[in-house]
Structures are given as C-alpha cells and as structure tokens.
Design a protein around this ligand. Structure first.
Ligand code: PA5
Length: 439
C-alpha cells in the first residue's frame, strides 16, 4: 500500500547530504532514548508505542459512545484547547466536506472570545446538543469557562439527568477539577494516560472520540499510525522520521531558524495548526528551537509569497503535497476565451495546482529557500494516521538532537500566572499585588 514519502533533495545548496549525515549518530541516540526512556521527559513517552497498543475493544467502546452521542444529539461540542483540541480539529477538517450544511462536531474552549461563545450558544439554542469536555489537567481556564456555559444551558434545557447522558469527560484518571466533577455527576469518562502529553494525545480518546462522532473511521486512523510506528522504529536511511529530524537540525544550524509548513490543499489547514503546536511547544525552549510557521498555498502566495521569495533568508519550507484529490473538476473550454484560459481548458484543477507547487518550489529554491516535500497519497484516515505518527516520531527525535526536553512546556505557565493574578484568583494574592505595581 502506498504510504507517505519524504524528499529532502532540494535544499538550495544550504546543507549537503554529508552535513545531514553528520546527525546520524545523534538521531540514532535519540531513537534509543525514545524507545528506552533514557532521555529527558521519559515520563511522557506513552505515545511512542500507543498505536500498537490500542485494542479493537477500546476502539469499539469509543465508537459506541460516539454513536450514542451522534444519534441523540444534532450537534456535539468538543470543548478543549491546545493538545485537547487541535488533533481532533485537524483530522475532522481534513476529512470533512468544507461546504456541508451541517457539522456534527463543533468546537469550544479553544479561545475566550465572548462573541464566539455568544454565537455558539445562539447556534445551539434550538438544537439538541451533547458535550465532550476534554482536559488532561482538568483545570484549564478556557475550556472550563466554555463548559460551564454550555453545561448550564444544557441542564436548563433538558434537566440534569438527561443532560448528564449527553456529557462525556476526557481527563486524568484521578486528578483535576474535571475528574472530580465527572465522578460527582456520574458522567461517562475516558482517561488520558499519564504518560501521554497533550500535544501527543490525538490517538487517545482526546482525538478519537470527537473524530468518531464526526463519522470518521478511527480504526483506519490508528492502523495508519501503527504502520508508521513500525516503519520508523529502527534507525537508518529508510527511517523518514529520522531523515526529517536530521534535515531540520542541519538546516537550523545553518541559520534557517524558521520552518514554514506549506499545504496546497485547504483541507489540511488545521493539520498545520496541529503541527505548529507539536513542534513549537516541543522544541521552543532554553533559548532554542525552529519557529514553526504555516501557510496555505496558493492562497498565501498572494500575501506571504513576497516575503518567502525575497525576505530575510532565515527560512526553509516543508511542503505537504497530496497526490490524489478525492474529486475531479475539469476546466471548461470557453468559445470567447476572454479570460485567456483556454490554454488550460480540459485540464483538471489539480494539474494546475501541481504546477503552482512545482513552479513555486523552483522559484523558492532559486531564492535560497530549502525545500522538503512530504507526499501523501490521498487524504484518508489511514494516511492522516501515518502523517500524525510520522510527525510525532520526528518531533521526539528532532527535539533530542536539538538538546531539549521535547515533552515539557514550562513556558506555557507564565501567561496563566499573570492572568490569574490580574483576575485576583484566590491563592494569587502576592502575584496580584506585584502585577498591579507594574500597571
Ligand atoms: O500540549 C499540551 O500539554 C498543552 O497544549 C495542553 O494540551 C493544553 O494546554 C490543554 O491542557 P489540558 O488538556 O490540561 O486542558
């Protein structure tokens, strides 16, 4: 079966194959650390073997819960932020019909936008809805606010007992406010394993439950991840995750501090958002780390294209290229040809898209932008599963080569501390006094 592929031959002369190969020893060591839990953050390596450990019984159980929610609710709101949001959003968006008139799964808790929440509550007003509330810590402010609002309205509409049948909590086995609430109220729960961090959790119920509610095949997603787990297990030239990790580090150390993940298929927009979190939170620490950025081409060629072609030469790009779109649209011939497009009449739109990609790649290489290319045969559950595990595995390897702990996120706490101090949260009295002096 075709799988995803990686081409790292077009690096604009910035690094040579020998310079990349120089990272071989570090990459081999990183793979050993990941597989034997000898590196930093070794308490958070549950994701490494996760795809191979998910049982059919677990998948069936998630599918049953999802069907129950989907059958009994017009809409299900998945409430979560960061790693408790992006994976599900990425997969659901990639697999969904962009113009489908109704969406089974909508999201909340990924922002604190008052207008967003107002519009969501308004959208749900005359609908039967369910809630999947997802928080590993069980204490994150953004989803907690959204959940409180959604739950209050649901209970007011259906009564506590009926509402409870439509609430599922995905959280820690024993810690956090959400666990306490779920146990008290008797909601159905799923556990996020202790050893799987938020941004690596899409293949746990965090991602699998909303994806299943949206009607997609989570078994195929997990099988794809499992195939990639096997394919990237051993160190060596065939290991795509290792090659990607080594190439990124070689480019970084050659002055390319920004990686732009490029897609030519708008269905992958949120895959790039998920990828940004995975790499940004894993590598951006200790004053180090490639800045992960993302663009949608050709849309952003008309906005960011100038900078990428011609701006400061600190970037490289990694293109996500889908070989086969699901649908065929052919450009028609026009008798008058006033728009001058008859030269491409009879071609599929994707042929034009592929030429845009090729032309852009050549132009960017000429402009000194190293180009890596990841090809995906098509956007299916299986290939998305492969892609997810590929990026996770490569992230672990890359972070260890870089010399950071890829599995913590100490920097995320700083804004929370300030926000709590400003909101005068009990327990933050001293911080409140200190921060007020700065205002
Ligand atoms: O990767 C991470 O750990 C974070 O992005 C978390 O997923 C995010 O902060 C949400 O945390 P929680 O699931 O505890 O609500």
């Amino acid at each position: 079966m075709n799988s995803i592929n990686l081409d790292n031959k077009n690096l604009a002369g910035v690094v040579t194959p020998e310079q990349i190969a120089a990272y071989d020893k570090a990459a081999t060591e990183a793979i050993y650390q990941l597989d034997n839990a000898t590196g930093e953050g070794s308490d958070f390596l549950g994701w490494v073997s996760l795809p191979g450990e998910i049982t059919d019984a677990q998948i069936d159980d998630i599918n049953t819960t999802a069907k129950n929610l989907a059958d009994n609710c017009e809409v299900v709101v998945a409430v979560g932020i960061g790693g408790s949001f992006l994976g599900a959003k990425a997969v659901i968006d990639a697999l969904s019909d962009t113009f489908a008139p109704t969406q089974k799964v909508v999201f909340a808790g990924q922002n604190i936008g008052e207008d967003y929440l107002h519009q969501l509550l308004n959208f749900l007003k005359n609908k039967t809805y369910g809630i999947i509330v997802i928080s590993k810590s069980g204490t994150t402010t953004e989803p907690a606010i959204a959940f409180r609002l959604l739950r209050e309205k649901l209970e007011a509409k259906l009564g506590k007992a009926e509402a409870s049948k439509r609430i599922v909590a995905v959280t820690d086995a024993s810690k956090g406010a959400l666990r306490k609430m779920a146990d008290t109220e008797g909601w159905k729960t799923y556990i996020i394993p202790d050893n799987v961090g938020g941004r690596f959790s899409v293949l746990t119920p965090v991602g699998l439950l909303p994806i299943s509610v949206a009607g997609f095949d989570i078994k195929a997603l997990v099988e794809g991840a499992r195939a990639m787990q096997i394919a990237t297990m051993k160190p060596g030239a065939e290991n795509l995750a290792q090659t990607y990790a080594m190439t990124r580090n070689a480019l970084y150390n050659a002055g390319k501090k920004i990686e732009i993940l490029v897609n030519y298929n708008p269905r992958l927009h949120y895959m790039a958002e998920w990828w940004k979190q995975l790499y940004g939170e894993s590598e951006g620490k200790d004053g180090k780390g490639i800045f992960p950025a993302a663009v949608d081409f050709s849309t952003d060629l008309h906005s960011m294209g100038q900078w990428i072609q011609d701006g400061e030469r600190t970037i490289f790009e990694t293109v996500l290229s889908v070989e086969n779109p699901d649908h065929t649209v052919v450009i028609p011939t026009d008798a008058d040809n006033l728009d001058g497009l008859n030269y491409i009449a009879g071609k599929r739109v994707d042929e034009v898209n592929k030429m845009a990609e090729l032309g852009t790649r050549l132009a960017h290489i000429d402009g000194g932008v190293p180009n890596m290319r990841i090809t995906i045969p098509s956007i299916t559950e299986r290939h998305l599963g492969e892609l997810i595990y590929f990026f996770e595995r490569a992230c672990g390897i890359s972070g260890y080569i870089l010399g950071v702990n890829p599995f913590n996120q100490p920097g995320v706490e700083d804004y929370k501390r300030n926000m709590f101090a400003l909101l005068e949260k009990p327990g933050y009295e001293q911080q409140t006094a200190d921060i007020k002096k700065r205002l």
